[in-house]
Design a protein around this ligand. Structure first.
Ligand code: 3UK
Length: 503
């Protein structure tokens, strides 16, 4: 099990310890035209921490809202907030002033560090907390203030169970929930999935798309590499093509992104030298088998699927290598337990679909939210996912609990129909939902984006319906097919099914 000392500052453990152990000259961060060693990153972090304390007057426990794309200074800012004993409140770059105001109120934010490129939405706030801009050449910007601080900054002596991070869920179903995480949680996620499943090492180079403001990216592209003395590549505005090019350029070995991105990279993969890639991780939403198979055929790599959640900070069920079972997300990673519950909260046996519940070193704490009692039962997190377990303890994703389609008495999981559709050569993307129907309660409706060169017409719709019927139980076929130019997705790569329902 994971044991951490009662006094623990996670940045001292991740960064200062690496430098003290002689790792100061190793590369910590690559970015466009930039390369920071561990010692350089430590120096930047210390400078920002001094600014927080001396210039902004912050004290341990204060909450600092962070806004920025993935770049080295954004990473230094996050680490500096934690090192100074403050609490980081990262926010997704695309959030608007109204959403930011809700987070600032809810998290009782004391100060803001915001990339200059994102200043519009902070300026639009009625009342913004004290703010410093970064990625900015101005005389009053963070960088100018950092330059005045040259002394090392000693990590604040926090308790292992002091809160260091408040991360907000995306809130597709209501007001976003703030999830709270401790210094020890930061180390715990580094000592679970990366050890058991990635087997990450000091010579790894991490790369990928999730924003540092999303715990998927914060862990995968910053905390995990630091924990083992590895390097990370932080790039903004990645496209499938530019990510492939960057993997080749930086000789990246571990890649994190969402299923859609892998789907889009697959047909382009053969044009790039991907020989450095060792592990490719898919998370954020269900990985269709068609996507896994396509990626493996194009690259020779067995995709690592992993389910994570903001509530639990990072991935808690996954599998790699020999452990991969077709169609399954995997097994709880060592340190975590998972089970399937029925509607009354009783565990169900193998082969029965129910609500996924997870328990482990992280999770279970919402920031002052009455929904705590709905999502946390007896120390178990209910993730909102419908899952099924097999006799060997593998966990199979079916759908979000609220998205299960019930048609003429049958339960139909949209992702299964999506996987069937994605195997058709004409289908680039698809989203399957249930729409109200007088006779059947709900009927299955597919929203389909075609690949270039295919024509949306009734003949193709009929062909897709027949194609689905040949692969899965015919009652699951989409009775309605709507062709779309694109599907609505969140900044984190998740299909917004609720938007399809109102289209
Ligand atoms: C869904 C998946 C099937 C699932 C996240 C990795 O996605 C992350 O966190 P969020 O809070 O969303 C959590 C929900 O997303 N999901 C995520 N991964 C998978 N569904 N298969 C998967 N592999 O509904 C879950 O409840 O945005 C992912 C690491 C950190 C994260 N925060």
């Amino acid at each position: 099990s994971l044991q951490y000392p009662p006094r623990l500052n996670c940045v001292a453990a991740l960064l200062d310890a690496a430098v003290a152990a002689g790792g100061g000259e190793r590369i910590a961060i690559y970015a466009d035209g930039v390369r920071w060693t561990y010692a350089q990153l430590q120096r930047k972090v210390d400078q920002v921490a001094h600014v927080l304390r001396a210039d902004m007057g912050l004290v341990p426990g204060n909450r600092v809202l962070l806004r920025g794309a993935n770049n080295p200074l954004m990473a230094a800012c996050v680490l500096a907030v934690l090192k100074a004993g403050c609490v980081a409140v990262p926010t997704m770059p695309l959030l608007r002033a109204r959403e930011l105001a809700a987070i600032i109120g809810k998290a009782e934010v004391n100060a803001v560090l915001c990339a200059a490129a994102l200043r519009g939405e902070i300026d639009a706030l009625d009342a913004a907390p004290a703010t410093l801009w970064f990625n900015d050449a101005g005389a009053d910007a963070l960088e100018a203030r950092m330059a005045r601080h040259t002394a090392p900054f000693e990590a604040v002596d926090t308790a292992a169970d002091d809160v260091c991070l408040i991360s907000f869920t995306s809130g597709t179903t209501g007001v976003p929930k703030g999830t709270m995480h401790f210094h020890r949680d930061v180390l715990a996620i580094c000592d679970c999935f990366p050890r058991s499943t990635l087997e990450s090492q000091a010579d790894d180079v991490f790369i990928g798309t999730p924003p540092l403001a999303f715990t998927f990216g914060l862990g995968g592209l910053l905390l995990f590499p630091l924990r083992v003395g590895a390097a990370t590549v932080l790039l903004e505005k990645l496209t499938p093509e530019s990510l492939l090019a960057a993997i080749a350029q930086y000789r990246a070995s571990v890649c994190f992104t969402a299923p859609t991105f892998y789907r889009q990279m697959t047909p382009l993969a053969s044009r790039f030298d991907l020989s450095s890639l060792r592990k490719t991780v898919s998370a954020g939403e269900a990985l269709p088998l068609a996507t896994r198979d396509g990626w493996q055929a194009a690259t020779g790599l067995a995709m690592i699927d992993g389910i994570g959640a903001t509530e639990l900070l990072h991935i808690f069920i996954s599998a790699a290598g020999e452990q991969i079972r077709r169609g399954a997300t995997g097994k709880p990673i060592p340190g975590y337990q998972a089970c399937i519950l029925d509607r009354d909260g009783k565990p169900v046996g193998p082969g029965v679909i129910g609500r996924l519940a997870v328990k482990g070193p992280t999770g279970c704490r919402y920031l002052a939210d009455p929904r705590q009692k709905d999502y946390v039962l007896d120390g178990w997190n209910l993730t909102g996912d419908a899952y099924e377990m097999d006799a060997d303890g593998y966990f199979f994703y079916r759908s979000r609990t609220d998205d299960m389609i019930i048609s003429a008495g049958y339960n139909i999981a949209g992702p299964e129909v999506e996987d069937a559709l994605l195997r058709h050569p004409a289908v680039a993307e698809c989203g399957v939902i249930g729409v109200a129907d007088e006779e059947r309660g709900q009927v299955v409706e597919a929203h389909v984006v075609l690949k270039d060169g295919f024509h949306a017409d009734a003949a193709l719709a009929a062909q897709l319906q027949e194609f689905v019927k040949r692969q899965i139980a015919p009652y699951k076929y989409p009775r309605s097919i709507k062709f779309q130019a694109a599907l609505p997705r969140t900044e984190t790569g998740k299909l917004q099914r609720f938007k399809l329902r109102t289209e």
